[in-house]
Each structure stands twice: as structure tokens, then as C-alpha cells.
Design a protein around this ligand. Structure first.
Ligand code: X8Z
Ligand code: ZN
Length: 604
């Protein structure tokens, strides 16, 4: 969107700033500079507090995090309201208009001015996040922390134990329901004061286009890739039926959520062994096994990730990255294991926080997190309000893009795979199927999480229906159902990190689309002419330079400009993903002949 449109959108959103004297352009610029300085000073402190809280959860660090969170909300809301004074100023330069808009819109959870509201909101948000972090379930009757349960969902094959793990973990959400409803109330009151219909509308306004168009964009992109998902669902369901029988997984209808190798059925690669076709499905290696054979632990895994980015010409990670990151779960305290990447001082203090296990999933997640860190470092020279990705999907896409380059040939180059073990072209179906199990189920899943939240924030989904709406969306979009009857007080959304963590989720949907666009474009730049999924741009400094040109823009320009800088196109499209999986999709259709695909409510 051009900045003139942006200014127009802003003016429409907040037409009622009551100020006696009409401010001018010079005042607007001075205000923006002051706001950036205040936010920057706050962020530095708040990031440290948040880091300590997430890596050492106690009542004390919770209290400190809540206090810092409240302070941040008050500051952001104050600045957002002051920014509204400049709504009707004409003749603003594009940067000042963009920054004023960002000041008004880029608040995840706003609070109203009511005394105590920001404090209550911050306390709830901290409590929700820490409840999740400390959450436990059971596996074969044994108390098990969330991070271990997540991994076990990928390896356990006994449906009774899977059900036990799934149901026990989902209890983590139950005590969150009331807090969540209150959080929605407070944040919505805050969003209304800032001129938005509700918090969801505020989130959807952050994409350089009218919020309503963003919803349509998600639906259009989802519709592009759903046929591939429906065929993968159909094929997987048949394989699960063969393995477990009709009583556990019927031949038709939805799939039981706990059978797919992942707590949320969002990535299915861990059950590749269950769905692999005989012969062609023998891809010959598993990254977890390769790492174990090399005696590579968590640190070595991160070094492999760093090495990929270095090969593109990015500077090595700073020494402090290695001393300050949390790579593994500490034995002596509670932490938030859900992976994240940090730039504590918005300059060079890059860190990741993970509880790494030596397996293929975490190898991909390491690349994902490092993508955030390299992005953060690339844009560090930007002014404070532009210290972000072009849109939030870009931030999530870089590391996933890097992981797409982890091909068999790449694994040989870095010494992890024996050249004699490289699967030949006859194994392409297997390689693609494994990759599809990793990427494609994420499409409906990443779309529905915020569809649920948008409904909740809009008030069309009332607290009494929170869980029902969640289960209905899971059925409608993913074609999955819980393994058993849900208790009346269940709050299943709370068992997914990003709900208690209040991390908007549409970004992951966009990232899944974007990473394939980045990949297709980078492979074209590298002159790759073979099958797309065998391309790795490892070592290609020219691609690195072009990537960096996009990353260093940060959020300074509307996202289509950043996309064009790396890929040459200004449109998000599912076509690159479909091109990548085209040979597999044709194969899946063959396999599914005679099957009744879909699950009754599918939009296939
Ligand atoms: O939350 C994440 C990252 C941290 S930004 C590990 N992801 C989503 C999830 O786990 O649900 C990456 C893929 C989707
Ligand atoms: Zn991420």
C-alpha cells in the first residue's frame, strides 16, 4: 500500500482527536522522535526482565514481568493517543505518516485508561504465560513436562497412551478460561479507545491494507492450498486406518487429533514412518539419527544452523549469543520451553531460548529461530519503529526458508550424510511426502488459530462457547477431532502456547506461503534448473546479498516492496508452494482414487 493510502486509512480510523491547537508537520516529527526514544529505552529494560522471567519462572520474576508489562502498555497507549493528535495534519512525509500509524496500531494487547486496567491486563498475561510454561501432563501415568510430551507425541504409537498424553496436556488450559475472558474484555476496551472495533480488528490492520482485505487475503491463499491439504489428509487417514483399525481411526470423516505425531496436529512429519509408501518411501535417512551418529548435541545443531547463514555471507553470531542463550532445559527451574529468538538490546545481544532435543523437528526449529536473529541484526540500523520485519509473516518465514535448503545434497556438503546414502530420483515421492507432512497441515491450522481469536475478540464467540468454537474450527478447517469427549470446563486453546502467550498467529500462515516464494525466487537466482525440492542455495553469496537487501529494510516500507526486493513480485501467492509439491500432489491423487476424501464440512 502506498503511504498516501496509509495516511488515509489512519485518518479514517481515528477521526476524533480532541486537541485545541492544530499541530503541524514539525511537531509531528518531533513527537515521533521523542516516542522512539522513550520506547527504545523502555524496550531495552523490558526485554531483560522478560528474558529473566521466561528462563526462570518464579512468583518474583512473574511480578517483575507483570510490572514491566503494565508500564509498557501504559507507555504504548499514551503514545498511541498522542499520535492521534496528528491525524489531520496534512503534508506529512511518508516516514512520519507510517510511524504515526505504527504507534497507533502496533500494540498486541492495549488497555483502556481506566485506573488499574493496564496492571490487571499485565498480571493476567504473565499468569497465563507462566501457567503454560509450568504445565505438565502424564505419559503412562508419569508426570511429564510439556516439552517432553511434545516430543513423545512424535514417537509414541499406542493410541491409548497418545490419548492420555493429549488429554492430560489439554488440562493445562482449564484454569485459564476465566482469565482469558477477562483479558479479552480489557484489551477490547483498550482497542476501542484507540479507534478500533476490537483487538482482532487492530491486529488485522497491520498489513499495509484495509483490515477487511487482510481477512480476504488469508481466505484466498488458504483456498489455493486446501486441495493439497485435503488430499494429504485423505491419504494419511487411510494409512492411519490401516495401522490402527476402524475402532481407532475410521476410514471416513475426520482424523483423531492425537494420531498425527504432534500435540496440535499442526505438523505431521513425525509419523512419516506410518504413511511412507513401500519402496519409494524409503528416503534413507533421518536427520535426528544422522546427528546422533555424529554425536552432535544441541550446540552442534545450532552451529550447523549458523554455518548455513555464514555460507550466504552473513557474519557469524556474536560471542554473547553462545554464552547468553538458553539451548537446553535447565534441570533446576521452571522455564518457558517454547522456542523463541531475542535481540535484547536491539543491536547485538542476540539469543535463542529453546529446550533443544536432538531430532529433526528441533533441527528445523533452530534454523527457524536463527532466521529471526539474522533478521534482527540486519535491520538494527533502522529507527526504532522500523525494527521489525516487513510484516510479521516475513519474520517467521526466513528461518523456515533456510530449513527448506536442508536437502540430501546439502547434508552431504556439511558432512552429515554419506554421499552413498543420497536418495536418488526414485525416492522423490518419499522426500516430498515427508516435507508435505511437515509443511502442509500447517496451512489450515495456522489460519484457524486467529480465526478463533478474531471471533473471540469480536464477541461473536462468547466465553461459554470458547471451546466449542475451537473444536468446530479444528473440524471445519483441519478435519480433526479430539480423541474423546471434552469435559464441560475444557479450554483447549489454552493448551497451545500462542493463546496464553498472546502471540498473534496469522504470521505463521503468511510465513508458510512466503517461505516457498522466497525459496522459489532464491533457487531461480542461483540458476537452479532441477526439481525445486532438491535445490539448496547453501554457499551462494549472491543470494545472501539479495536476501540481506530485503532484511535490512526492516519495517521501513510496505511489505510488497520488501517482497519485491528479494523475489521480484509484490503479491503473496500459494503458487510457489503448489509448484514445490506438484509431483507429490499428482501422486496423492493416484493413491486416493476410489476414496471418499474430505470430512463432510471441508471446503475442498
Ligand atoms: O512458535 C513458533 C516458533 C517460535 S516463533 C517456534 N512456531 C509456530 C508454532 O510452534 O506453533 C513455528 C511454527 C509455528
Ligand atoms: Zn518464530
Amino acid at each position: 500500500m502506498k503511504s498516501s493510502h496509509l495516511a488515509l486509512a489512519v485518518a479514517l480510523l481515528l477521526p476524533t482527536a480532541a486537541q485545541a491547537a492544530e499541530p503541524d508537520v514539525a511537531e509531528a516529527k518531533a513527537f515521533v522522535a521523542s516516542a522512539e526514544a522513550q520506547l527504545s529505552a523502555y524496550a531495552d529494560r523490558a526485554q531483560r526482565v522478560a528474558w529473566v522471567n521466561a528462563t526462570h519462572i518464579t512468583d518474583d520474576t512473574d511480578a517483575m514481568a507483570a510490572e514491566a508489562g503494565a508500564e509498557g502498555t501504559l507507555l504504548q497507549v499514551k503514545l498511541a493517543k498522542e499520535a492521534a493528535r496528528f491525524n489531520s495534519v496534512t503534508g506529512l512525509d511518508a516516514d512520519t505518516a507510517r510511524k504515526l500509524f505504527l504507534l497507533r496500531q502496533a500494540i498486541v494487547l492495549p488497555a483502556p485508561e481506566t485506573p488499574g486496567a493496564a496492571k490487571e491486563l499485565a498480571e493476567i498475561a504473565t499468569r497465563l504465560q507462566s501457567t503454560y510454561g509450568k504445565g505438565k501432563g502424564t505419559a503412562r501415568g508419569k508426570d511429564t513436562v510439556g516439552n517432553d510430551l511434545e516430543a513423545l507425541m512424535g514417537t509414541e504409537r499406542d493410541p491409548k497412551v497418545l490419548q492420555e498424553m493429549w488429554e492430560s496436556w489439554h488440562k493445562v488450559g482449564t484454569p485459564m478460561a476465566a482469565d482469558y475472558a477477562r483479558l479479552v474484555e480489557i484489551a477490547n476496551a483498550g482497542a476501542k479507545e484507540l479507534g478500533f472495533a476490537d483487538t482482532g480488528a487492530m491486529w488485522r490492520a497491520g498489513y499495509d491494507m484495509p483490515a477487511a482485505d487482510f481477512e480476504k487475503l488469508i481466505d484466498r491463499l488458504l483456498a489455493e492450498v486446501m486441495p493439497l491439504y485435503v488430499d494429504l489428509h485423505c491419504y494419511t487417514r487411510a494409512k492411519l486406518n490401516q495401522k490402527y483399525g476402524d475402532a481407532v481411526q475410521p476410514k471416513t470423516g475426520p482424523i483423531r487429533a492425537d494420531l498425527l505425531g504432534n500435540m496440535w496436529a499442526q505438523e505431521w512429519a513425525s509419523i512419516y514412518d506410518v504413511v511412507a509408501p513401500a519402496g519409494a518411501g524409503e528416503v534413507g535417512y533421518d536427520i535426528g539419527d544422522l546427528l546422533t551418529a555424529k554425536k552432535a548435541g544441541p550446540i552442534e545443531m545450532v552451529k550447523y544452523g549458523e554455518n548455513f547463514y555464514s555460507s550466504l555471507g552473513f557474519a557469524p553470531l556474536p560471542g554473547t549469543f553462545w554464552t547468553r542463550s538458553q539451548f537446553t532445559k535447565p534441570a533446576d527451574r521452571e522455564v518457558v520451553c517454547h522456542a523463541s529468538a531475542w535481540d535484547i538490546d536491539n543491536k547485538d545481544d542476540l539469543r535463542i531460548k529453546m529446550c533443544i532435543k536432538v531430532n529433526a523437528t528441533d533441527f528445523v526449529t533452530i534454523h527457524h529461530e536463527l532466521g529471526h536473529n539474522y533478521y534482527q541484526r540486519a535491520y538494527k540500523a533502522q529507527p526504532f519503529l522500523y525494527l521489525n520485519s516487513a510484516n510479521d509473516g516475513f519474520h517467521e518465514a526466513i528461518g523456515d526458508w533456510a530449513a527448506l535448503n536442508v536437502t540430501p545434497e546439502y547434508l552431504v556438503k556439511v558432512g552429515l550424510l554419506d554421499p552413498a546414502k543420497v536418495p536418488d530420483a526414485s525416492r522423490d515421492v518419499g522426500l516430498l511426502l515427508r516435507q508435505a507432512m511437515e509443511k502442509v497441515p500447517g496451512m489450515p491450522w495456522t489460519a484457524l488459530v486467529d480465526k478463533w481469536r478474531w471471533g473471540v475478540f469480536a464477541g461473536t464467540t462468547k466465553p461459554a462457547d470458547y471451546n466449542k468454537a475451537w473444536i468446530d474450527l479444528r473440524l471445519k478447517y483441519q478435519g480433526i477431532i479430539p480423541p474423546g469427549e471434552r469435559p464441560a470446563d475444557a479450554f483447549d486453546p489454552g493448551a497451545k502456547y500462542h493463546i496464553p502467550g498472546n502471540t498473534p498467529y496469522a504470521r505463521y500462515f503468511l510465513a508458510r506461503i512466503l517461505q516457498f516464494q522466497f525459496y522459489e525466487a532464491a533457487c531461480a537466482q542461483a540458476g537452479w534448473t532441477g526439481p525445486l525440492h532438491r535445490c539448496s542455495v547453501f554457499g551462494d553469496k549472491a543470494v545472501g546479498t539479495r536476501l540481506n537487501a530485503m532484511l535490512e529494510m526492516g519495517m521501513s516500507k510496505p511489505w510488497p516492496e520488501a517482497l519485491a526486493a528479494f523475489t521480484g513480485t509484490r503479491e503473496m501467492s500459494g503458487k510457489a508452494m503448489l509448484a514445490y509439491f506438484a509431483p507429490l500432489h499428482a501422486w496423492l491423487k493416484q493413491q486416493n482414487k476410489g476414496q471418499k476424501c474430505g470430512w463432510g464440512t471441508a471446503k475442498s
